[in-house]
Design a binder for this molecule. Structure first.
Ligand SMILES: *[C@@H]1O[C@H](CO)[C@@H](O)[C@H](O)[C@H]1NC(C)=O
Ligand SMILES: *[C@@H]1O[C@H](CO)[C@@H](O)[C@H](O)[C@H]1NC(C)=O
Ligand SMILES: *[C@@H]1O[C@H](CO)[C@@H](O)[C@H](O)[C@H]1NC(C)=O
Ligand SMILES: *[C@@H]1O[C@H](CO)[C@@H](O)[C@H](O)[C@H]1NC(C)=O
Ligand SMILES: *[C@@H]1O[C@H](CO)[C@@H](O)[C@H](O)[C@H]1NC(C)=O
Ligand SMILES: *[C@@H]1O[C@H](CO)[C@@H](O)[C@H](O)[C@H]1NC(C)=O
Length: 731
């Protein structure tokens, strides 16, 4: 018996000795896993099995794959599954990892093998240069889609193009247009269906300008519904003679021409050939190893250098019998998406060495840009924002989003607005409270917005009051005490606009309308102490440093410091939840419904974030900015529900929500959004009401009223911050 116990102890010790080098509890190896966005949660299902069966492995959930790489770099996790693109990012970010295993999904060397197939009718009599063979022929392009890597990422597609076509770098054209132009001039025509750039208006303009790239399509609309769109579409285009050449995945080519099974060979496969990178060609038939343009390696397991040997041993233990054993080996296989026994790499390799085994892959990521280089400079106002911005920039570069981003840091939002105004930065992202100031004081405009279709998550202004106080309609608010979340912010201007009924004239004045006003934040402006005191003395919690103006408003209602609090329904809902757990005070807070907005009740709504640029942006720059943010949104936004992303634009960063972009953002959109459902049916949009606003008469009288209203205010307060006002005072 004693002996038996000892045996168990020994084997436990051995287990610990084997895998005790990890960063987890008892030296467990920590696996970083990213949950896909869909309802199927791998980690939730399989991680508990690893714990229960004392596998020596434990899970850590990362926000995205780059988050996992950062955690490996910091040493808080030991390994994880990654894509070959992630390794490029790891290299650029100087993250020290080793590749321990490949995770093939089928029994062959590469995940993807790209070949070129041509119609023999374009082949010259004897071998010639690639350029000479292909110039002025017709291209079957699989087209672009929202999906990031299928058929090819922008980087890989751009690399293939660069092997044939000289880069175009006209400074008067956006980088996307330069690329399209070069292809358009090289080929006589093409079918490149689907969106070329994310912005629809720009897409239509480009398709008109470079119409030969749609000429080979079946329908003139040149969209993703075209018969020749997509992987199979491009092959159909080639087979039916609409085009002469295409790049595609070897598997797809073999399947389409029936070359993978001897029986169903397509009768016309003799009319086609593989074209090689050196301009020579090879037959389609009976050619098991055709010439290759590009290989994309399989997904891999990467590990912290110190634990690489243990990880390699662990992952290599996932052999056929263990893959689906219903125990922890099976759970680990599912978490790593292992379908075939993983290929161990002895010894574990540095990322670039590993990628060098795939033809063209590394080269594709070291293409030269245009000279002088172009960037989109993003201004950030904290180190955390700058960090996220830099990772966003890496991820975007890996996926071929051009021009690349550069991230600047300035002091606070005001510092960033100034930086954009001075044209040191191209864009900065602000919330709705800053919108008026950005437009009025820094002469900027919003070029895109962070949008959500859910009203409860948008920026809204509702009037909240205590129930049973005989305040039943907006007009009952006259003469009452009012609390705003922020001076000069979204709610402040929404109420001014409401009182003046959207007219540019100024009939009502906040000071005359309400008996008392709480407007925190006024202390940051250059008003006299007296003015500051007047507009903060009824604010709840301001002496205790409560800096959430909306929440302070609700507390003000509860504690009878105010009669109406202007706030968003989002804060109202979260406040309700919070209160339901706290001591019940017996005071119920209800929204007042705007008579002219019975459906939604709010006074104004706004999108939750705004990308600001200078007003006189050139159209090239404007196109580029819309393109890059549109691409970012497609690649790293919320579009791919079942995908575990390399980078998550709207997700948390370093455990913080709402860094750079808001967590609730569903996508980034231009003003076109206002013409679409559900936004078109939502009255009283805030941004829309600012479009033609000159920010003069009305705002001015409100701000001046602040200064002159207190009868005792002896001197004119100093208003340097509000340039409009100071110039007014000069006259
Ligand atoms: C390109 O090909 C078209 C027909 O496909 C032909 O009409 C045209 O002359 C060619 N252009 C050049 C420059 O070879
Ligand atoms: C709330 O405050 C106002 C103004 O100070 C006061 O007139 C009113 O009686 C208070 N209401 C309650 C219920 O205490
Ligand atoms: C925009 O206008 C400002 C002021 O008129 C000027 O200094 C600046 O050069 C202009 N910028 C561009 C890109 O046109
Ligand atoms: C963040 O956004 C996600 C997806 O939109 C949502 O499920 C989650 O509840 C949000 N988290 C918070 C704290 O708002
Ligand atoms: C703004 O002004 C332009 C030109 O005067 C006009 O076409 C547009 O309808 C106005 N927009 C709004 C929201 O009033
Ligand atoms: C505020 O006013 C004072 C007094 O004129 C002035 O010296 C100071 O520069 C102003 N501050 C700002 C931020 O404009």
């Amino acid at each position: 018996m004693k002996c038996f116990k000892l045996l168990i102890l020994c084997s436990l010790v051995q287990l610990v000795c084997l895998q005790g080098v990890g960063s987890g509890l008892n030296g467990n190896l920590r696996l970083c896993i990213v949950e896909a966005r869909g309802t199927y949660k791998r980690a939730g299902k399989f991680c508990p099995i690893l714990d229960e069966e004392q596998s020596g492995v434990e899970c850590v959930i990362g926000t995205d794959r780059l988050d996992c790489l950062r955690r490996i770099s910091k040493g808080t996790v030991d390994f994880g599954p990654f894509s070959p693109e992630d390794l490029i990012a790891a290299q650029w970010a100087n993250i020290d990892v080793l590749v321990t295993n490949e995770i093939p999904h089928r029994q062959r060397s590469y995940e993807r093998t790209v070949v070129a197939v041509v119609n023999r009718r374009i082949l010259p009599d004897s071998s010639w240069s690639l350029e000479a063979v292909l110039r002025n022929t017709s291209l079957c392009h699989p087209g672009n889609g929202v999906n990031d890597l299928r058929p090819l990422s922008d980087t890989l597609a751009g690399y293939l193009e660069s092997l044939v076509i000289a880069r175009s770098c006209e400074s008067g054209l956006s980088l996307s247009e330069n690329r399209i132009k070069a292809v358009s001039q090289f080929f006589s025509k093409a079918c490149k269906a689907g969106p070329w750039v994310p912005d629809q208006k720009q897409d239509a303009e480009l398709k008109l300008k470079y119409s030969n790239l749609c000429e080979a399509c079946e329908t003139p609309s040149c969209d993703a519904n075209d018969r020749y769109w997509g992987v199979t579409g491009a092959l159909t285009c080639l087979l039916e003679g609409a085009g002469d050449v295409m790049w595609g995945n070897l598997d797809d080519v073999l399947a389409y021409f029936g070359l993978d099974s001897q029986s169903n060979q397509h009768p016309s496969s003799d009319n086609f050939a593989y074209l090689c990178r050196d301009g020579t060609w090879q037959p389609l038939k009976d050619n098991p190893k055709p010439c290759v343009w590009l290989n994309r390696p399989w997904p891999i397991v990467a590990a912290k250098r110190k634990t690489a040997a243990a990880v390699s041993k662990l992952v290599s233990s996932l052999q056929d019998g263990a893959l689906f054993d219903g125990h922890w080996h099976g759970a680990l296989s599912s978490l790593l998406e292992v379908r075939e026994a993983p290929t161990p790499l002895y010894p574990p390799r540095a990322p670039l060495d590993h990628l060098a085994t795939a033809r063209g892959f590394r080269e594709a990521y070291s293409q030269n840009g245009c000279d002088p280089p172009r960037h989109i400079n993003v201004c950030t106002s904290s180190l955390l924002e700058k960090n996220k911005c830099e990772w966003m920039s890496e991820a975007a570069s890996v996926y071929g989003v051009t021009p690349p981003f550069q991230c600047l840091i300035r002091d606070g939002v005001a510092g960033c607005l100034r930086s954009v105004q001075l044209e040191e930065s191209d864009v900065t992202i602000v919330d709705s409270d800053w919108l008026v100031s950005a437009m009025r004081d820094y002469k900027l405009k919003p070029i895109m917005h962070e949008v959500t279709p859910i009203m409860e998550q948008m920026d809204t202004v509702f009037a909240y009051v205590r129930k049973n106080e005989n305040i039943n309609k907006m007009a009952d608010l006259r003469g009452k005490r009012a609390a705003f979340p922020r001076f000069d912010g979204f709610a402040w201007h929404s109420v001014i606009k409401y009182l003046n009924n959207e007219q540019n004239g100024c009939t009502e004045n906040l000071n005359d309308y309400f008996s008392e006003i709480c407007a925190p934040g006024i202390e940051k402006y250059n008003f006299t102490e007296e003015v500051v005191k007047k507009y903060t003395k009824t604010c709840y919690g301001i002496d205790r440093g409560l800096d959430d103006g909306e929440k302070a408003g609700f507390l003000g209602l509860i504690h009878n410091k105010t009669d109406v609090a202007f706030a968003s329904i989002k804060t109202y809902n979260s406040y309700k939840v919070e209160r339901s757990h706290g001591p019940a005070v017996g005071i119920e807070i209800i929204p007042l419904c705007l008579e002219e907005n019975k459906k939604y009740c709010y006074i104004k709504w706004a999108n939750i974030g705004h990308i600001m640029t200078i007003k006189n942006l050139t159209s090239v720059r404007s196109h580029e900015i819309k393109n890059v943010f549109g691409k970012l949104d497609q690649l790293f936004g919320t579009h791919q529900p079942f995908h575990n992303p390399m980078f998550s634009l709207y997700g948390p960063f370093s455990h913080n929500l709402d860094v750079l972009f808001k967590n609730n953002t569903k996508r980034l959109a231009t003003d076109k959004i206002f013409e679409t459902h559900p936004y078109v049916g939502m009255p009283l949009n805030f941004e829309g009401s600012l479009v033609n606003d000159t920010f003069d008469s009305c705002h001015l009288s409100h701000i001046l009223a602040l200064n002159f209203a207190p009868k005792s205010a002896p001197v004119v307060a100093i208003l340097t911050l509000l340039t409009v006002v100071s110039s007014f005072l000069l006259y």
